[in-house]
Design a protein around this ligand. Structure first.
Ligand SMILES: NC(=[NH2+])NCCC[C@H](N)C(=O)O
Ligand SMILES: [Mn+2]
Ligand SMILES: [Mn+2]
Length: 343
């Protein structure tokens, strides 16, 4: 039923892509900021076909959905730390999420975390470090999220995760009850920002004084997204040996293309730039974890939500090898019969 050309074609298809195992976890958490809705993003993203879009990328993708994070809070620590709203919720959710991320990575899978607001990245990065120790972090965001409870003007925890994670900032915090499990062991040298355009005054001071790697929209404009991603990776992973974590805040994308988010800022990355960035990271072969956060399906019209969710799915698919060049057929899709594997 198949000729020599057919056999060659089948073998090409079989060898086209390498095995990729993905573990998905949903985090319906929205207490790191004050707007309702962002906690529904895992459901909305799954309903929009996220898991299937991943499976469609190529034959050798295996997706396991670990479901959503649940947690129960310790009321004793509410209001324990000044200017950290709903602190006890973040603490409890983060503890459960960190464990889940470690488990997914130890299962040999790339961890895809669907938020929730950006405070959940404290847990995903912590869980990643538990499993792989040598981690480089790309923070794709309009915001720097490096406030402490003393510098934040909002008290919103989604503006604080980078400060909670990094050892250079650990002295700036008071004692954080319930967070003893989380060790701020990541060096700020292993963190790079892309997409910044709404940075608070103390955040700017820190970025400048500590020499934190940051490619804001000015740099994206000046060098182009391709150069920015390569320069960022060179800075945080010069030996090309680290386990890469991408924490992707959907508000990094321009609010015209991703409007349904809690703190939108005009003048951001285009969807094309977001996709390209992820394509570059995919090609490193060292991507271990992605967070996709801050999609809020309660903000804007249905059209706004559809735009935002589909932008998020495009970005995620690019990270797992979806190519705009077009994908080769899967073995099952070939118009010729598959030969027995012995031939
Ligand atoms: N993950 C986000 N969208 N963060 C927005 C943070 C906004 C502001 N810098 C704050 O600390 O409140
Ligand atoms: Mn943001
Ligand atoms: Mn953010």
């Amino acid at each position: 039923m198949f000729n020599r050309v057919g056999v060659r074609l089948i073998n090409q298809v079989r060898n086209a892509s390498s095995k990729t195992e993905i573990g998905v976890v949903g985090v319906p958490f929205e207490k790191g900021q004050r707007k309702v809705g962002v906690g529904n993003a895992p459901k909305v993203m799954r309903d929009a076909g996220l898991i299937n879009s991943l499976k469609q990328i190529h034959d050798k993708i295996d997706v396991k959905d670990y479901g959503d994070i649940t947690y129960s809070i310790d009321h004793d620590i509410s209001n324990a730390v000044p200017n950290m709203i709903m602190y006890e919720h973040m603490v409890a959710c983060a503890k459960a999420l960190s464990k889940q991320v470690t488990e997914i990575l130890n299962d040999g899978r790339i961890c895809l975390t669907i938020g929730g607001d950006h405070s959940i990245a404290v847990a995903t990065v912590d869980g990643h470090i538990q499993a792989k120790s040598n981690v480089a972090l790309l923070w794709i965001d309009a915001h720097a999220d490096i406030n402490t409870n003393l510098t934040s003007t909002s008290g919103n925890l989604h503006g604080m995760p980078v400060a909670l994670l990094t050892k250079e900032l650990s002295d700036y915090w008071p004692y954080l009850p319930g967070m003893d499990w989380q060790k701020p062991v990541m060096s700020i040298r292993n963190v790079a920002y892309i997409g910044l355009r709404s940075v608070d005054s103390f955040e700017r001071l820190l970025i400048d004084n500590m020499g934190i790697t940051a490619f804001g929209m000015e740099e994206v404009e000046k060098f182009g997204i391709d150069q920015c991603v390569h320069m960022a990776l060179e800075k945080i992973d010069p030996t090309h040996s680290k386990s890469i974590h991408v924490s992707f805040d959907i508000d990094s994308i321009d609010s015209l293309e991703a409007p349904s988010t809690g703190t939108p800022v005009r003048g951001g990355l285009t969807l094309r730039e977001g996709i390209h960035l992820m394509e570059v990271i995919h090609k490193t072969g060292r991507l271990s974890a992605i967070d996709l956060v801050e999609v809020n399906p309660s903000i804007g019209t249905k059209h706004n939500v559809d735009l935002t969710v589909s932008a998020a799915i495009h970005i995620i698919a690019a990270a797992f090898g979806y190519s705009r060049k077009g994908l080769r057929p899967k073995v099952d899709d070939l118009p010729i019969q598959t030969p027995p594997s012995s031939t």
